[in-house]
Each structure stands twice: as structure tokens, then as C-alpha cells.
Design a protein around this ligand. Structure first.
Ligand SMILES: *Cc1c(COP(=O)(O)O)cnc(C)c1O
Length: 494
């Protein structure tokens, strides 16, 4: 299997795509074709565990990896010391037609772990296959969740290191604690005096600086990013759509071949795009329902065919979806454009230069065949958390609740009663204070107190990953100015 760029003709192997991250023409790597998974293979998935399902799906994409390499990488990523649930991504029944696919049983309690636990191993193997023997040095600027997920993924993976910059005034107390208590001999966490933009611009400048790259190279290191556009983050996400279907078969919730809908809380469009890839591979999916928060650039796009960033940016209680430019949408645009890289390039240039583009009615209708989209504001989100708890005794985090609300809207609007899976992307204990607000408890702002209160109220145990956070020693205390980030990295490797 080879991979093309969404903006041109370049043709690379899986390991080259993973190592490069982004194509030289600025495009994203996409599979040359979608490997078909035959229906009889689908019916063998329920007997497999998550690791076996992962190997079975991943081998179609990772053709220049040996089966043994994939098996070892998958085991290192999803083994019991990493994921606390024996099913890795369990599926829970909410009501007679609705299930939740839980993707938050990894080290950082959110869905980014599903990909970021595997990516470091794929990256390491990709380097070996392409004669890259320098240490892979990951640089991340984070506004919160991605930083910790990257640190946990790369922690103690040989041949790699991970340095995360976070804005001194811009992450929550829990997020900061999560990062500065990270263990491992190859992780570094540095606070930048400034906001998220300062940290992000700083990292971009380091990637763009020839001088910095050369200095790192002299130390035997090469720079890389763990960005959500990396193919190595996308393919692990295809697995859990198949796994969810296998779980439904196992629970006799659907008959073999019967279609299901997935409703996905969406920001950068990576998660839901993996569902689209699974559908193209033959998974019986009827509709993919794209759920946005108040930053509803995507629901407007699916309705109008116009993507426009001329709008206000809102901070919401589902912060991991507070995004105006959904970078992975480019991979869907490539399919909508009938794989015409020139056309995609034109749209992306318009987006960059004018802040918007239009795909036209025909392509909008083509997408509407598979995608349906709507949004939920904070009030809808809190109401949904409360309703699900009262009706189904299921506690949702705010991101998941956005999807829960949008699924109700979808069913009201279409009367489609196809069995639906809500993709549940974070543990409610990760956002305890906001979840508690759904039940009128808006006086508790301390996250640990709020967690304890939630535990009392629901009887659901607080995950160890949160509980032990208060006791772990702080291991990273470095702080630097915005213009000293390069020096801070070089110092760390002195
Ligand atoms: C990143 C994230 C999302 C959004 O996923 P995308 O792939 O960016 O669309 C949703 N929920 C949580 C908790 C996340 O961390």
C-alpha cells in the first residue's frame, strides 16, 4: 500500500509517511486505496481481543512493517500496564438503541491515548526502515491534553524523546499537574512565559530554523512532531470502529452486516475521519454524525458547503473541541474532490488567503450521503449530562455529552432509529468540576473536591490516574521566555 498527498502526486510507503508527518507540498498523506475487509472476516473479529483486532486492521495499512513488528508495537501500546480496562475500548449500553464506545481507559483518560500510545513505536520503526539513526526528538506545544498524551506515549520508548511546552498561564491545574509529574528518562516539560500562541509560535519557529536543526543534528537528534495529521495517529483510530462493531456483534445488539450509526464529538476531524475510513473498508456504517460545540464551523460546513473561519472563537466546557481550522477535514475533501489534488490545493489556498472556501452543492450533497452534523452549546451539554445520568445512569464528560445531544437532534430530525454508538472521548473525572455543574454543584471549583463529590453522588470510582496525581512528586520545573525555547531544548540535552 502506498500513500498519496492530498495536494499532489507524491507516492510514499507507510513508514515514510509516518516519518515525514506532512507531505513536502503541505498536503496530508492518504492511502492510495481503501483495503477491503470481507464480511466473513468481520464475523471473526468478536472472538479476538483488542490487540488482535488492531493487528488485523493495521496490517492492511502498514505494508512495509512485518507482522511481528506490528504485533510487538500493538502489545506495547495497549497492554494491561497502559489501559486499565481489559477490553481496552469497551462498549456500554445506554438504552435500547444507543451504546457508548469508551476510549478513555488509557494513561491520560482521554481518546488521544488510543493513537498516541501506538505512534511512538510506529515512528521508531519507521526511522529504522528509512536509515534514520538519529534520536527522534518530538516537540509539542500544548494547550492541555495533547501534551500529556504525547509525554505518556513517548515515555521510555528507546530512540525517542519528548519535550512539551505549555503556556504558564493557559492550562488548568489538573492538566499542569498531569504534565509536571510525568516520569520517564526521555521526557521534558517546560513552561513558557506567555499564552498558548506564544508556545505554539515558538515551536513552529524551532521547526523552521535551519540553525536549530543543525545544532540538534550535531547532538545526534532529528526533530519530529506528534501532530494529529500524522498518518501514524490516524490508522490506530480506524481500529476502534471495527472493534466497536465486533463488541455489538458479541452482545447480539446487531446482526452480522446490520448497519450502525456513529456519533462523534469532533474538533480536528481526526476521530470521525477514521470512522469514514472504516466505512470505506466495508464496515457496515450508515451515518457518521459530526457533533461540534459552539465553535460550529463544521456543522455550518456540512450544511452550506462553505467552510469559513470568519467567526468568533469561543472557550467552551469541551475545550479539546475548541477549534476553528479542522486540519483532518482535508482528507475528506480529497475524497469529495474525487482525489483531485489540484482542487484541494485551491481550496486550502483560499482558506489561507481569504479564510474560506466553498465546495459547491454537488460535493456538499455527496458528503451529506454519509455525514450529518449539528452542534451543542454549554447549556445543551450540561442538560445532556444530567439527562443521561437520570435516564440511563451513564455519566458523560462534556465532550461526549456534545455528541449525546447531537444524536438526539439527529433522531428528532430524521426519525432514523438505526442502532447508534456515541464515541465517548474522555473520563468524566477529567472534567469533574464542569460535570458537577450539570447537577447544580457550581460552587466546587477544586477539581479533586469536585471529583470526590461526583464519586459520592454516582458511586462510580475515581480513576487512579486522577487520584494519585496529588501525591506524585513534581519532576519538571523548568520555565523559559518565549524567545529562549531553543536554548531550553538544547540545555535539556546538554
Ligand atoms: C481531541 C479530542 C476530541 C476531538 O477529536 P478530533 O479528532 O480532534 O476531532 C474530542 N474529545 C476529546 C476529549 C478530545 O481530547
Amino acid at each position: 500500500m502506498s500513500f498519496f498527498s492530498t495536494r499532489g502526486e507524491s507516492c510514499v510507503t507507510a513508514s515514510q509517511a509516518i516519518l515525514r508527518g506532512i507531505a513536502p507540498d503541505g498536503g496530508l498523506y492518504v492511502p492510495a486505496m481503501f483495503p477491503g475487509v470481507r464480511p466473513e472476516r468481520l464475523t471473526s473479529l468478536p472472538e479476538m481481543n483488542y490487540e488482535q483486532r488492531a493487528v488485523n486492521i493495521l496490517k492492511h495499512f502498514l505494508e512495509d512493517f512485518s507482522l511481528r513488528e506490528i504485533e510487538d508495537a500493538v502489545h506495547a501500546a495497549y497492554g494491561p500496564d497502559r489501559f486499565t480496562h481489559p477490553d481496552v475500548a469497551p462498549v456500554k449500553k445506554l438504552d435500547s438503541a444507543t451504546w457508548a464506545l469508551e476510549l478513555f481507559h488509557g494513561p491520560t483518560l482521554a481518546f488521544k491515548d488510543m493513537a498516541l500510545q501506538l505512534l511512538p513505536h510506529l515512528l521508531k520503526l519507521s526511522a529504522e526502515k528509512n536509515g534514520e539513526d538519529r534520536e527522534i526528538c518530538i516537540l509539542v506545544a500544548t494547550s492541555g491534553d495533547t501534551g500529556k498524551a504525547a509525554l505518556e506515549g513517548f515515555r521510555d520508548v528507546p530512540g525517542t524523546s519528548c519535550t512539551v511546552f505549555y503556556p504558564l498561564d493557559g492550562v488548568s491545574d489538573v492538566q499542569k499537574l498531569q504534565m509536571v509529574t510525568t516520569g520517564g528518562s526521555n521526557t521534558r516539560v517546560i513552561a513558557v512565559r506567555g499564552n498558548f500562541d506564544d508556545a505554539q509560535t515558538g515551536v513552529k519557529e524551532l521547526f523552521g530554523s535551519e540553525e536549530f536543526r543543525e545544532e540538534m543534528s550535531r547532538k545526534g537528534k532529528t526533530l519530529s512532531s506528534a501532530n494529529s495529521i500524522n498518518l501514524g495517529r490516524l490508522v490506530p483510530q480506524v481500529v476502534y470502529y471495527f472493534s466497536a462493531y465486533a463488541e455489538l456483534l458479541k452482545q447480539h445488539a446487531v446482526a452480522p452486516g446490520e448497519a450502525v450509526n456513529f456519533c462523534v464529538p469532533t474538533g480536528n476531524f481526526g476521530d470521525i475521519l477514521a470512522g469514514y475510513y472504516a466505512r470505506n473498508m466495508g464496515l457496515p456504517v450508515n451515518k457518521l454524525i459530526c457533533a461540534s460545540n459552539r465553535n460550529n464551523v463544521l456543522s455550518d460546513f456540512f450544511r452550506s458547503g462553505i467552510y469559513s473561519t470568519h467567526r468568533t472563537f469561543f472557550k467552551t466546557i469541551s475545550p479539546s473541541m475548541d477549534i476553528l481550522v479542522s486540519s483532518n477535514l482535508e482528507r475528506l475533501l480529497y475524497e469529495a474532490a474525487d482525489r483531485d489534488g489540484e482542487l484541494v490545493r485551491t481550496w486550502m489556498t483560499q482558506l489561507k488567503e481569504c479564510g474560506s472556501y466553498s465546495v459547491g452543492d454537488q460535493r456538499r450533497e455527496w458528503m451529506a450521503d454519509v455525514f450529518w452534523a449539528d452542534c451543542a452549546d454549554n447549556k445543551d451539554t450540561l442538560a445532556e449530562i444530567r439527562k443521561r445520568w437520570e435516564q440511563d445512569r451513564y455519566l458523560m464528560d462534556p465532550h461526549t455529552a456534545v455528541a449525546g445531544h447531537v444524536l438526539r437532534e439527529y433522531r428528532n430530525a430524521t426519525s432514523d432509529d438505526t442502532p447508534a454508538v456515541i464515541v465517548s472521548t474522555a473520563s468524566p473525572y477529567k472534567f469533574a468540576a464542569d460535570v458537577l455543574r450539570a447537577f447544580g454543584g457550581d460552587t466546587v471549583r477544586d477539581p479533586f473536591e469536585a471529583g470526590a463529590e461526583l464519586e459520592r453522588m454516582t458511586g462510580l470510582p475515581m480513576p487512579e490516574q486522577v487520584r494519585r496525581l496529588r501525591e506524585l512528586p513534581v519532576r519538571h520545573t523548568a520555565t523559559c521566555d518565549r524567545d529562549k525555547m531553543g536554548a531550553a531544548v538544547l540545555d535539556a540535552f546538554a
